[in-house]
Design a protein around this ligand. Structure first.
Ligand SMILES: Nc1nc2c(c(=O)[nH]1)N[C@H]1C(S)=C(S)[C@@H](COP(=O)(O)O)O[C@H]1N2
Ligand SMILES: [Mo]
Length: 199
């Protein structure tokens, strides 16, 4: 037992956690993948932003690591109703990649090794809201959770955080991705419970 000075007992133990509507708390980290886990050699890996004009901006693994990294601690909310709080990642803010990109597009379609896609407004990838992450809790990101590199967009349901991400295609008109074509919401804000089209 340690000695606790009066008036300094840490954070209140009864602090209630507020979750988005319909979500429950989980401590483990479920794996949800719509297909087999692709294995990508780091010397083969690349990430490509393709503008609406067809201009391509490419980063190799080494080039990605040269960009300034951040360690966001964020909450995850899956549309299957689990939420996991306080996860810490390391990666590059999409802002750093988009510095070089000239675009007037409003929409983005993320593409992954294996063919998965998901759409989101370009503005939701910017202003410190989204990262390309390659570490989870201080360790190299495991393949089952999207390694070597996944997209992390924690303010939207987790299906927007494309695992094994390898590109962003910029679009003047929105196009649904994999789950959005199957009836999931185009935006997917957990706090507004936008699970399905029409929510
Ligand atoms: N490439 C790819 N990314 C994906 C998926 C997928 O099937 N393929 N599933 C999505 C869904 S529905 C969820 S809930 C999260 C799950 O991430 P996790 O397996 O790391 O928990 O990844 C998202 N990203
Ligand atoms: Mo999901």
């Amino acid at each position: 037992m340690g000695i606790v000075s009066p008036g300094f007992q840490g954070k209140p133990r009864s602090a209630a956690v507020t979750l988005p509507p319909g979500q429950y708390l989980t401590e483990d980290f479920p794996v949800l993948s719509a297909g087999p886990t692709p294995r990508i050699q780091l010397d083969q890996w690349e990430f490509v932003i393709t503008t609406e004009a067809g201009v391509k901006h490419r980063w190799s693994w080494a080039e990605l690591l040269e960009l300034p990294s951040e360690t966001p601690t964020v909450d995850l909310h899956c549309v299957t109703k689990w939420s996991k709080l306080g996860t810490t990642w390391r990666g590059v803010a999409l802002d750093s990649l988009f510095e070089q990109v000239d675009t007037a597009a409003d929409f983005a379609l993320a593409h992954s090794y294996g063919g998965y896609t998901t759409n989101l407004p370009l503005e939701d990838l910017l202003d410190g809201q989204a990262w390309l992450v390659y570490e989870y809790e201080g360790e190299e990101l495991g393949a089952e959770h999207g390694g070597p590199v996944r997209l992390l967009v924690p303010h939207l349901y987790l299906w927007k955080s494309a695992k094994w991400v390898n590109g962003i295609q910029l679009l003047v008109q929105d196009e649904p991705g994999f789950w959005e074509s199957a009836g999931y919401h185009d935006y997917g804000d957990p706090w507004r419970e936008q699970r399905y089209q029409g929510d």
